[in-house]
Design a protein around this ligand. Structure first.
Ligand SMILES: C[S@@+](CC[C@H](N)C(=O)[O-])C[C@H]1O[C@@H](n2cnc3c(N)ncnc32)[C@H](O)[C@@H]1O
Length: 196
């Protein structure tokens, strides 16, 4: 892996959606067929698999991400989702795995998105994630503890994929794009459930 962003990457104009999709798909040898497994890595906090940037772009456009002030990607992997969000708004990725976090920083720099997309290597439970008005999660396991952590928070949670539905929350909307899904949750009450 190239561990240094080249000087040619610095200060370059921000990439558009097509370039971003090409970049992330190129990292993993092209867009996988729907039946193919994604790249995969075990990390200290779970498992990394990537989301699909073209589908994310569709979802973020559909939910009107441009009106969001700050999106935080909880477990940001190689930066795919945070960088895609950076086409619409400011974004921060939090990832426990140092190698993946490093790759994400390089990606944002390479795509000219580093002025609006940042990454930190940490456990997202130790960070002030409630400062965001939008959280993105591609869960690798059930996230019941996160539901409790977000009690009283008034933002929007976007959950990619159907595999780990929350215990208490009910989606305000469910979007599909090909075989991918995005569930949208809005407005917690103080018990950790949705405010209606
Ligand atoms: C399924 S991947 C999603 C990657 C990325 N969000 C995307 O959409 O491409 C889940 C990632 O969350 C990370 N993760 C899980 N729990 C975490 C935690 N508590 N703090 C930081 N990272 C975490 C894992 O290391 C893994 O890279």
């Amino acid at each position: 892996m190239n561990r240094k962003a080249s000087s040619a990457d610095r200060g370059r104009p921000a990439a558009g959606p097509s370039e971003l999709v090409r970049y992330f798909e190129g990292l993993h040898g092209g867009a996988p067929a729907p039946s193919e497994p994604s790249p995969y890595k075990l990390t200290s906090r779970g498992a990394w698999a990537r989301s699909r940037p073209a589908h994310l772009y569709y979802f973020f456009k559909k939910v009107g991400l441009r009106s969001c002030r700050l999106l935080i990607d909880l477990g940001s992997g190689d930066g795919t989702a945070a960088c895609t969000a950076g086409l619409f708004t400011r974004a921060l990725g939090i990832e426990a795995d140092p190698d993946l976090a490093f790759r994400a920083v390089n990606a944002a720099r390479h795509l000219g998105l580093d002025a609006r997309v940042g990454f930190i290597c940490a456990d997202f439970y130790t960070q002030r994630i409630r400062n965001a008005d939008c959280l993105f999660l591609y869960p690798d396991k059930p996230f019941y503890a996160l539901e409790e952590t977000l009690a009283g928070w008034q933002g929007t949670l976007l959950v990619y994929g159907p595999h780990f539905p929350p215990r208490k929350l009910r989606p305000a909307a469910k979007l599909t794009c090909g075989k991918e899904t995005l569930s949208v949750y809005r407005g917690w009450d103080t018990d950790g459930g949705m405010a209606v």
